[in-house]
Every structure is written in structure tokens, then in C-alpha cells.
Design a binder for this molecule. Structure first.
Ligand code: PAF
Length: 286
């Protein structure tokens, strides 16, 4: 496994692999790798002959007062995990390599970035879309892999790739969960063992809401009200940032019980000072 810190090195390696006719895959991450990231690496390994993994804690996707400084980092462990899991190249740039002092260009995916997490983290998806497009240009692989846990991020990246004619296949992979249902996230490191156990409520409520929606007996407004009450009654959810029922592709709010197609039910809650997000997708034939 080679560790690349310069953009020019990435270009050289990806071009060489492509010249040899090898299928290349990119797994963008902010490091502190867990089984969720490794499932993306595994998916890339099943479909590609050369795997590039990027590790970059992207400062422009963090808002003022967010956890940029304390975001968990362990590059040595990450490199060992990447090596053990068959990654061929790790792109591990310094901030100055990614953002020159006079950087002025940003990517905004309008409307899709305004709801859900975007409403509570202004500028977050502008930062994500910008860095992801930069990574796509730095490592122009055939395929790029993202987890469904960050559902809104996935929809935005797919739209950005479509709108800006990115010549790369965006592949989404299932959320990996702890045995109690908690979605894996680098930020789970902030949780105490008790909070980790309590956090299982998120997936449970999302799943129950999905069942209610599918049964057709309750309308989205009632389902949302019941979910918010359950979070509040738990006593350990300090704040529910949002609980939304939306069209899985357009992210438009679903308001009527007579829905069809794919629906995402997504939530962001705060447990013990840690912001956690999760979602489920339910489908009904149109
Ligand atoms: O999902 C993440 O880890 C980040 O948002 C990403 C896609 C690597 C961009 O920094």
C-alpha cells in the first residue's frame, strides 16, 4: 500500500492504473475508520482492481462551534486498517494541499442541501460537495463509494455528479450497525457506554415509523408526532434536531398517507452532547 500526500502523485497512480485497463475505485473518508468505512472498501474490492482511499478531515464542511478540532483522528491505526483491508493507495493530504490560501470556488447543490441536516448546519453540504468534487478530480476513478447512513449527503453527491457531468459511477452501500442497531459513525467515539446503548432508540424509532408508514394506518404527521414524543419521553435525548419523512430522491416532504415510491425517514438527535443521524428507506409500489 502506498501513502500519497500530493495531488500529482494521485494523478500519476490513477492514470497508470487506468492505462493498464484496471477498474479503479475511490473511497472518500475523514478517517478514524470503522467497519462502515471498511464495508465501502470491501464493496470497492469486489468491483475494482485498484482501491484509493482518501483520509482528509475537511475543514470547510464544519461550521463555527462544530467539532473540527476534536474530530477523532488516528492516522496510524487508519493506515494499518487500510493495508489489512486491501487498499492500494491512501491519499492523506495536508490542508494546504487541498485548499490554497486563495481558494475561492465552492460547489452548492441548491434546494437538496437546504432541508434536514442542511437546515441545521449551514454551509455543511457546500463544504462536502466542494471537497468531494475536488477528490473526484484528484482521483478520477471509475467508481466512488459512499454509505447510506449519510443519506442526504449521498443524494447531494449523486445530484452534483449528474448536474456537473462527473464521469464516475456513484455507488451507495448499506449502513453498518452495532448489534443494538446504532449506525456506525466516527462520532460514536464521543458516546459513553450508557449513551451508546441509549442511542439504539434512534434506529428503533425509525424502523417503527417505517412500519407505521407502510401499514398505511397513520399519516406522516401523526407518525412524526409519535416519534418526537418517544424521543422526548426517553429522557436522554437532549434535543431532536429533526425527524423527517421525505421522498427518497427529491427530499420533498411527504405529507399524505397515500404515498408511493421510495421514502426516507431520517432523524438527527443529540445524545449527551453528540449529534447523531440515521435513516431508513421504505418502499411501496406506485
Ligand atoms: O462522509 C464523509 O466522511 C465526508 O463527508 C466526506 C464524503 C469524506 C467528505 O469530506
Amino acid at each position: 500500500m502506498k501513502i500519497l500526500t500530493k495531488i500529482s502523485q494521485c494523478r500519476k497512480e490513477v492514470e497508470a492504473a487506468r492505462r493498464q485497463g484496471l477498474v479503479t475505485g475511490l473511497v472518500p473518508t475523514m478517517g478514524y475508520l470503522h467497519q462502515g468505512h471498511l464495508s465501502l472498501v470491501k464493496a470497492a474490492g469486489d468491483q475494482c482492481q485498484k482501491i484509493f482511499l482518501s483520509i482528509f478531515v475537511n475543514p470547510i464542511q464544519f461550521g463555527p462551534g462544530e467539532d473540527l478540532q476534536k474530530y477523532p483522528r488516528d492516522p496510524e491505526r487508519d493506515m494499518a486498517l487500510a493495508r489489512e483491508n486491501g487498499v492500494d493507495y491512501v491519499f492523506y493530504p495536508e490542508e494546504g494541499q487541498m485548499y490554497a490560501k486563495d481558494h475561492l470556488t465552492y460547489v452548492s447543490v441548491e434546494r437538496l442541501a437546504e432541508a434536514m441536516c442542511g437546515a441545521h448546519r449551514p454551509g455543511h453540504f457546500r463544504g462536502v460537495a466542494t471537497v468531494v468534487l475536488k477528490l473526484f478530480n484528484i482521483i478520477p476513478a471509475h467508481k466512488a463509494y459512499f454509505g447510506r447512513k449519510d443519506y442526504q449527503q449521498l443524494v447531494i453527491i449523486k445530484k452534483m455528479a449528474q448536474d456537473l457531468n462527473v464521469n464516475m459511477e456513484i455507488i451507495d452501500c448499506p449502513t453498518v450497525r452495532e448489534s443494538n442497531g446504532l449506525a456506525l459513525s466516527s462520532r460514536n467515539k464521543y458516546l459513553s457506554p450508557a449513551e451508546r446503548e441509549n442511542a439504539s432508540i434512534i434506529y428503533r424509532v425509525l424502523k417503527d415509523s417505517g412500519k407505521k408508514l407502510l401499514s398505511g394506518k397513520k399519516d406522516p404527521k401523526t407518525i412524526k408526532k409519535e416519534a418526537l414524543e418517544e424521543f422526548e419521553d426517553s429522557g436522554f435525548i437532549k434535543k431532536t434536531e429533526y425527524f423527517d419523512i421525505r421522498d427518497a430522491a427529491t427530499l420533498e416532504e411527504v405529507k399524505t398517507a397515500g404515498w408511493a415510491g421510495d421514502i426516507v425517514i431520517a432523524a438527527a438527535v443529540n445524545i449527551g452532547g453528540t449529534r447523531l443521524i440515521d435513516n431508513v428507506v421504505v418502499s411501496k409500489k406506485k
